[in-house]
Design a protein around this ligand. Structure first.
Ligand code: PBG
Length: 332
């Protein structure tokens, strides 16, 4: 059989590494990664969960320096709160004793060339583990009070912003919170503080490792988060959530989890009018990490392939637990 007529040969562009580099479409850079960081009080333990650990404020300074040196542009803080400080109404979040707020303030003073973001939600502070206020209805069942929760999220955002944070990231999925947070920040003349909202957050099994890292309590009253986080059987609803958050004033959006939800990243990136980030959550990080530890995957290759997938789908950037390593690997 003669192949003389075979004039179209895509393999021609794959012959050498330099030719492949020349025609490659997607690039990864350190600036594409946001590093999540867990801040603990001195009395709590550091825990090391597959390479994710909790830092005291003193321990986190060198990490922030390293991040900036590697070319990372943003970090996102989460509080680790001891059980003794948790209650039904998350009151420690609003206490003048809150070590987390104090730490944010110290970190701001250091003037790192980094955008300081903070996750805004009640679940690290509540004894029932929910992201909202849990109330008992007259029939004895429990529900999450959307509007009362918003009041607390607004206050929390304000306190974090006052401590010097550059952007607040509400991860609770209450209706309308972005609008009220924006309004409060503006009233307080904190016009410069960004809102990066978790616009699409699905009720996923992939958050489990995170919950032990932040010491979130086992859920009580309602046994899952399905009355506020999204149903993973839904697609169109994602557009609705995106448009709502943008119209309420969100400056940037997050889709979460990442790999199982690439269809939504791809879809939203077609119509988005604001930067769109994807969160490679603890469970998907752990899947790669654990498989690599068992010799089933090459860790570096797997993480890089996933990162290219996020960018190919159209993400502006990736929230990744191993952002420092990713930045190093990219530079190699
Ligand atoms: C808190 C919050 C969660 C995550 C980020 N912010 C947990 C949850 O909603 O249950 C998950 C992050 C991860 O799994 O890496 N609202």
């Amino acid at each position: 059989m003669s192949h003389d007529h075979l004039s179209v040969r895509p393999r021609r562009l794959r012959q050498t590494p330099w030719l492949r580099d020349l025609v490659s479409e997607i690039t990864l850079a350190p600036k594409d990664f946001i590093l999540p960081l867990f801040l603990r009080d001195k009395t709590d333990d550091a825990l090391d969960h597959l390479g994710i650990r909790r830092y005291t404020v003193k321990e986190v300074y060198p990490v922030l320096e390293k991040a900036a040196d590697l070319g990372i542009k943003a970090v996102m803080f989460f509080p680790v709160i001891a059980n003794a400080y948790k209650d039904e109404t998350a009151s420690y979040a609003f206490s003048s004793e809150n070590f987390f707020i104090e730490n944010l303030h110290y970190i701001k003073q250091k003037k790192y060339p980094l955008t300081l973001l903070v996750d805004v939600a009640l679940d690290p502070y509540t004894s029932h583990g929910h992201d909202g206020l849990l109330v008992k209805k007259t029939d004895g069942d429990f529900e999450i009070d959307n509007d009362e929760t918003i009041n607390l999220l607004v206050e929390m955002s304000f306190l974090y912003a006052k401590a010097g944070i550059d952007g607040v990231c509400p991860s609770d999925m209450m209706d309308g919170r972005v609008a009220f947070i924006r309004k409060k920040l503006d009233q307080e003349k904190l016009f410069h503080v960004c809102v990066m909202s978790y616009a699409l957050k699905y009720a996923s099994c992939l958050y489990r490792p995170f919950r032990s890292i932040v010491n979130a309590q086992p859920l009580q009253g309602l046994h899952d988060k399905k009355t506020y986080q999204m149903d993973f059987r839904n697609k169109i609803e994602g557009l609705r959530e995106m448009h709502l958050d943008i119209s309420e004033g969100a400056d940037m959006l997050i889709v979460k989890p990442g790999l199982f939800y690439l269809d939504q990243v791809a879809r939203l990136s077609q119509t988005q009018t604001v930067p769109l980030f994807v969160y490679q959550v603890s469970g998907e990080y752990a899947m790669i990490k654990a498989a690599a530890q068992q010799g089933l995957l090459d860790e570096k290759m797997a993480f890089l392939e996933a990162a290219y997938a996020f960018k190919r789908a159209g993400a502006t950037g990736i929230i990744a637990y191993n952002a420092l390593e990713m930045a190093k690997w990219i530079k190699e």
